[in-house]
Ligand binder design. Structure first.
Ligand code: GLU
Length: 262
């Protein structure tokens, strides 16, 4: 039986440009910043790459636990505190002394407006051509409830469409799409290829299951995969944990789920 590993490896083999998203739980766990973790893979990835990184609110909360995450204004303050810490962690993990990363903060009013969208695209292209890694997050400090992607899975899909990525890779602490939450039901069936019916209507098939640290969950990953596929971009759901998780995915060594174009 396939585990999705071959499907994922095939998608990555042909990809000239990737958008890779990491969730808050991976950032908070910390192992992705090690040189034998995801950071090492990103630093030496041979093709063009844009990183979407959550974790500003999670790191901000660690630094300022006197603020709670319950109100919008506190989450905005936490992201203001955590975003520079997040960038410092990526910058250090990817090289240290020289600038290796560029911070790009987006909101839907930018990506929904044709002219501002073009400007954002040109900025990202210029950063890529200069050989740096764009690290994208939502501009949480100014994004209000009415004006939010809501979760970085959706932001990742929008960014993948913006930069014309060949594949969107959503990395978290689960290694694919399961028939039920594998944390609650260890025997839940793993789907190597996400069923078209699930992609067509995630809300009807996937319960809302917000993660403890971020705002996403499997439902939002399916929504993002649907957005990506609609934009002509296949998606991979995989784990970002362990040694060299992106390269292991490219070698077909780890389990994953893929959302394929119809
Ligand atoms: N933009 C939020 C942050 O960096 C995370 C949103 C999400 O969890 O998807 O903390």
């Amino acid at each position: 039986m396939t585990t999705g590993s071959q499907e994922a490896a095939q998608l990555l083999a042909g990809a000239k440009r990737l958008v890779v998203k990491v969730g808050s739980s991976l950032v908070a766990g910390g192992e992705i910043f090690r040189h034998d973790g995801l950071a090492g893979d990103l630093a030496s990835w041979p093709q063009s790459l844009v990183l979407i990184s959550s974790g500003a609110v999670a790191l901000g909360h660690r630094a300022a636990p006197q603020l709670s995450k319950t109100t919008l204004v506190e989450r905005q303050a936490l992201s203001a505190i955590g975003q520079p810490l997040l960038m410092a962690r990526w910058e250090q993990a990817l090289g240290g002394a020289n600038a290796r990363t560029a911070q790009v903060l987006l909101t839907p009013d930018v990506t929904d407006d044709p002219q501002r969208r073009d400007n954002a695209r040109a900025t990202l292209e210029t950063v890529l051509q200069a050989g740096l890694l764009p690290v994208v997050n939502e501009n949480d400090t100014v994004a209000t409830d009415e004006l939010r992607y809501g979760d970085n899975d959706r932001l990742a899909a929008q960014t993948a469409a913006l930069v014309g990525a060949d594949v969107l890779v959503l990395l978290s602490d689960v290694d694919g799409y399961f028939a039920a939450d594998p944390n609650k039901d260890p025997g839940a069936a793993h789907w190597p290829v996400i069923p078209p019916a699930v992609l067509a209507d995630p809300a009807a098939h996937v319960p809302e299951d917000k993660s403890a640290l971020g705002t996403g969950g499997m439902r939002s990953k399916m929504e993002a995969a649907r957005l990506a596929v609609e934009a002509g971009i296949p998606a991979i759901i995989a784990s970002g944990r362990g040694r060299g998780p992106l390269k292991a995915l490219a070698r077909g060594e780890v389990r994953a789920s893929v959302a394929l174009l119809p």
